[in-house]
Design a protein around this ligand. Sequence first.
Ligand code: IMP
Length: 432
Amino acid sequence: MPNVVIVGTQWGDEGKGKIVDLLTEFADAVVRFQGGHNAGHTLVIQGKKYVLHLIPSGIVRANKLCIIGNGVVLDPAALIEEIQHLAGLGVVVNSNLFKISAQANLIMPYHRELDIAREKRKGKGKIGTTGRGIGPAYEDRAARRGIRVSDLLNRQVFESKLHDNLAYHNFMLENFYDANTFAFEAIRDETMRMANILAPYIEDVGHLLHEAIGHGQSILFEGAQGTMLDVEHGTYPYVTSSATVAGNAALGSGVGPTVLHHILGITKAYTTRVGSGPMPTELKDGVGEHLSRVGGEVGATTGRARRCGWFDAVVVRHAARVNGLTSMALTKLDVLDGLEKVRICVAYERNGSRIEHIPADPSVLEMCEPVYEEMPGWKTSVTLAKRKEDLPPEALAYLRRLEELTGVRVSILSTGADRDQTMILENPFQKL
Ligand code: IMP
């Protein structure tokens, strides 16, 4: 059975949550493979609002195995809060259907403090992180001092690692950042309390997935953030600290890349970005205001207003290459309804030269000017269309042009927030 990877092709917030929710119907299990509770999406099902940051949205459907892979950095307090939020809405997070990788690294309270202190110190040059401790937790993983989920089950190892970590981080917090330090006992006691709650969910996830795939089950790998926030292929240093691209679906969940069959890139019909860093098509005019207002472009995690702009085909071409996209889900096409003209950035220009690809040096991107192609807008709402052929001809032409410019076909088209405002033109789970 096919396995499908879902990734964002822009700067995150492409509407992955809705597509994951939709496609979960065809999968046996859903796995998060990177990021942490910096991600977030809101699901509205039968009038109930679920806000999820860590647990795959499959949890609200019966009998779907939901997994947090080794590539995720996990804040135990945030996870428990989410489990309680779901319980309050009548969704019991059953330990038979929810698993956490024993190999995932933990976000500890000092990681949050470090994240915030660093941003403060950077001042104007700040990255605009979500302040959740994501970066410092990944740093500890790379430095080989990270505390892992499996350590929650071994008090002696946990205490020894916590002791060493605090000696190092408290020194940095106090002497370099002039920030709060942390007491060993308080963190130990609180983490051990949470360990009791989380213990039933801890699992060897790579092994579990290997067995499931061997039994012919279909897996949906759920990426967070977007390609341009990838720690290597994004607009470094204005990126998150994990690999957000499709290859990491294998690495971050403990399976090999040969089991990833369909790479589905979620692509918004225009561009948005939260936080600092280059964004060539950003608009500060009435159209930007339209996209922000009609698209409801406010972050689900931090409540920050997103920067908005025209579709950038250079960005999505880059995403097609670094992810190896099989197809795209085009989302929020309805937000462009009613605009007189629509524009697409087809290339960049710098010092009189045309640039067709994302420059390897991100500081060059800062200086690039978008080269636009203009197309007529459409007056009737795309939300009325039930089939691709029902779209206003101008909207269909826009979609076709995006396919041409990115070299990737649209397999799913989303024309509104509801589950049924979606056209599945080609189901990634039904084709190998
Ligand atoms: P961090 O992941 O909190 O370290 O933040 C690094 C950058 O990634 C910042 O620009 C954030 O705004 C951005 N970011 C992190 N998570 C998301 C997300 O889920 N959607 C959009 N941007 C994100």
